[in-house]
Write a protein that binds this ligand. Structure first.
Ligand SMILES: [Zn+2]
Length: 729
């Protein structure tokens, strides 16, 4: 799990190929729309559709100075278009309201898509400045649209009589999605409640910023200072010199500083031999942001109170109810059940592994009990004992071109009949970027695929997918989608050899790409906004094929000799994939449960101030049966940024929810004959091509015909009793 979670965590939204359709969170300011600046396509490429194939972006003609004028003109243009709908004297119709809304803001969408993608993949300081400058203005722009009472009156009138409009199912879904977005943005509230909501949103916006800034500050300040290099025994020379550098940067010459990362567990704990120092590092990590000048506990108490108040404005019992209404899960009960069903297997494996680790600890420190700061240290020892291999033995068998052509593309061809042809005539923003035409089984062009695989200093970390041109039936546009990874670039003339984790990431991101390429939605709103607990389903599903023997036989060949990987090594790789999965699943589930516990509290039970906040975690986990001290939650409340400043409040469970769907779909394929075109066609028709043209829970039901089972995920992660590695139903 951790692999795919880590891959996607930094950039889930982008990774999810979703353009955010975010309801307004801040107050709307009524302004007179400025005149559209008089720039033309001759000077600013954003002012016209790209003349390149499929409107592929003209990367060679883009300049940083083009963005702001295009953003400004794009917002002004969209506001004019939207206000014209609201003021239209003709009675509201589907065409003159929803279709015109969908057609509005094309210039804005064009610049926004290219800007956000390039800013992440190939950014520069000027772009970062533009980002900060435009963020509040874009947010106010959305508010002006979603809180416009005249516009909502038309939307709502049509929504109320939608059954009499003779709409096709997708158009009906469009009407329903717009209604939901307007309503969730507050369009239906009374004037007084709208004012309350604006105030709540404003305060929440500053509090979540405060939480983020506090977390940065206390994480930095909680770094552990070490006086004597001898205490760092176990770290590599590079790690030690990094610690010396970190000390220098803090004017602590001659000392060593172990900096913290955002999770509870810290990377040096795996290597540090000094148990007392491990304990210091761990305790510094978990006590972060509780008390002191960057205290988050009081911030959390206030955020929770405001979220509860906001949920109440919408008539919901708590924040989780309000959030989950718009997710695939639907209700807190469904989420609780899924998490509660998964936890026992994960905990059982963690407890079993704990006994092995305890035995190893006993050899070093007689009579001592296994503590959380011992876990990764002894787990690494055990891993080396059990699966004695390292990356250098594996990588010669996974050369990037073979993995892409004979693995990722070949699999897509077997399943869906599509093919790929690399082209070199289109401009790229960086010489390493590669471009392929993608053809459907009948030979027609499906889209363009961009592969940007190497790590660069100006590229955001992690891996993600995005669409430069989203598919849209309304505009007859075919998709231009891109995958981004951070694979270290080899020296000139050397081959790019991958770890098995990087191979899996290639398949994962390509699963998102297929979701974008196969999309058949007519309306942009339905192709662009996916629930958080659905977006990672196609990508995690595509990882299935990294364990398919036919695929492995194709790709796992020595880059010099072409000889297949030795079976013994392949078996070790497969078994090692699930090593420590009890720990990884348990720490994730514990954090997901904490998120739910906080956001399912009724307003009356939310702590009045920070004093009750820190103690809540253990109590809640005990109640949920997930309290196991050697495996603490991946994040404790005081530094749980995903849910208090990262947009995942009451939705952190989404990663594993989509993985349950993904693993069960993998087994569905094997129950129906495995990697075949027939199965691929069904999955494409019922899931991959559908975007949000129906609600995902309906799409799932129509594909699968019942609720998903958790057993396939347990099996995939090696959490079942029998540990049937590699065996399929
Ligand atoms: Zn992903």
């Amino acid at each position: 799990m951790a692999r795919t979670l880590i891959v996607c965590m930094p950039l889930l939204i982008a990774c999810a190929s979703a353009q955010k359709a975010v309801p307004p969170e801040t107050s709307a300011q009524k302004t007179v729309p400025p005149e559209v600046p008089q720039q033309t396509a001759a000077v600013n490429p954003f002012f016209a559709e790209s003349p390149l194939p499929l409107h592929y972006p003209p990367f060679d003609r883009l300049h940083d100075s083009d963005y702001v004028p295009a953003f400004e003109a794009g917002m002004a243009e969209q506001l004019k278009e939207v206000q014209a709908i609201a003021r239209d004297p003709a009675p509201a119709t589907f065409e003159n309201t929803f279709v015109v809304l969908e057609k509005s803001g094309r210039l804005l969408r064009r610049v926004q898509t290219v800007f956000s993608n390039l800013n992440a993949a190939n950014g520069d300081p000027a772009m970062q400045k533009i980002e900060s400058q435009m963020a509040p203005r874009l947010s106010a722009h959305r508010d002006e649209i979603f809180l416009d009472p005249a516009l909502f009156a038309r939307v709502d009138a049509l929504y109320q009589k939608r059954s009499q409009l003779g709409l096709d199912p997708e158009s009906n879904q469009l009407v329903e999605r717009y209604e939901v977005q307007f309503v969730r943005a507050g369009a239906k509230l009374s004037a007084g409640d709208k004012d309350k909501l604006k105030k709540i949103n404003q305060e929440l916006s500053s509090l979540t910023t405060k939480f983020r800034q506090n977390t940065l500050k206390c994480t930095k300040e909680s770094a552990v200072v070490v006086d004597d290099v001898k205490d760092l025994d176990g770290l590599t020379a590079e790690q030690i010199s990094a610690a010396a550098e970190a000390a220098k940067a803090r004017k602590l010459e001659g000392k060593y500083v172990l900096t913290l990362q955002n999770t509870t567990q810290q990377p040096p704990l795996r290597d540090l031999k000094d148990r007392a120092l491990r304990e210091r590092v761990f305790k510094a990590s978990v006590s972060r942001c509780v008390g002191g000048d960057a205290d988050n506990t009081s911030v959390v108490a206030r955020i929770l109170a405001l979220r509860a108040e906001k949920a109440k404005l919408f008539g919901d019992a708590n924040w989780a109810v309000y959030t989950l209404e718009d997710e695939t899960a639907g209700t807190p009960q469904a989420v609780n059940k899924m998490l509660g069903d998964l936890a026992p297997a994960a905990l059982a494996k963690a407890k079993k592994d704990a006994r092995d680790l305890q035995a190893l600890l006993g050899q070093d420190a007689k009579g001592q009990t296994l503590q959380p700061w011992d876990w990764t240290f002894y787990a690494e020892k055990l891993r080396k004992q059990r699966y004695d291999f390292d990356d250098s033995a594996v990588k010669p068998y996974f050369e990037i071109n073979r993995v892409i052509q004979d693995g990722v593309f070949w699999t897509a061809n077997q399943l869906y009949g599509i093919s790929f042809k690399e082209r070199h005539d289109l401009p790229v923003y960086q010489p390493d970027v590669r471009v392929w035409d993608v053809f459907d089984a009948d030979g027609s062009q499906l889209g363009i695929f961009i592969g940007d695989y190497y790590k660069r200093d100006n590229k955001q970390g992690g891996a993600w997918m995005n669409a430069y041109v989203p598919q849209s039936g309304l505009f007859s546009e075919k998709p231009v989608v891109a995958n981004h990874l951070n694979i270290p670039k080899p020296a000139e003339g050397q081959p790019t050899l991958l770890t098995f984790e990087e191979v899996t990431t290639l398949f994962h991101e390509f699963g998102h790409a297929l979701h974008g390429l196969f999309n058949k939605a007519k309306y942009p709103l339905l192709s662009g906004s996916m629930p958080r607990d659905w977006v990672e389903f196609p990508s995690q599903f595509n990882e299935t094929w990294t364990r398919e023997p036919k695929v492995l036989a194709n790709i796992a060949r020595h880059y010099l000799t072409g000889k297949p990987i030795p079976k013994a090594l392949l078996d070790k790789i497969k078994s090692a994939e699930n090593f420590d999965s009890g720990f990884k699943t348990t720490e994730y589930l514990a954090a997901a449960m904490l998120d739910q516990s906080w956001h399912q509290l009724p307003a009356t039970e939310i702590p009045k101030d920070g004093s009750g906040v820190a103690a809540f975690d253990d109590l809640a986990l005990r109640r949920d049966g997930a309290f196991f001290p050697p495996v603490p939650p991946r994040y404790h409340t005081a530094y749980f940024s995903h849910i208090f400043s990262g947009g995942y409040s009451a939705a952190y469970y989404g990663y594993i929810w989509s993985e349950v769907l993904a693993r069960d779909s993998g087994q569905w394929f094997y129950r129906h004959g495995g990697m075949t075109r027939e199965n691929g066609n069904v999955f494409r028709a019922k899931i991959l091509s559908r975007a949000r043209t129906e609600e995902p829970r309906v799409l799932w039901e129509k594909f699968y015909g019942g609720p998903p089972r958790i057993e396939p995920l347990l099996e995939w992660r090696g959490l079942t009793q029998e540990q049937r590695v590699g065996r399929r139903q």
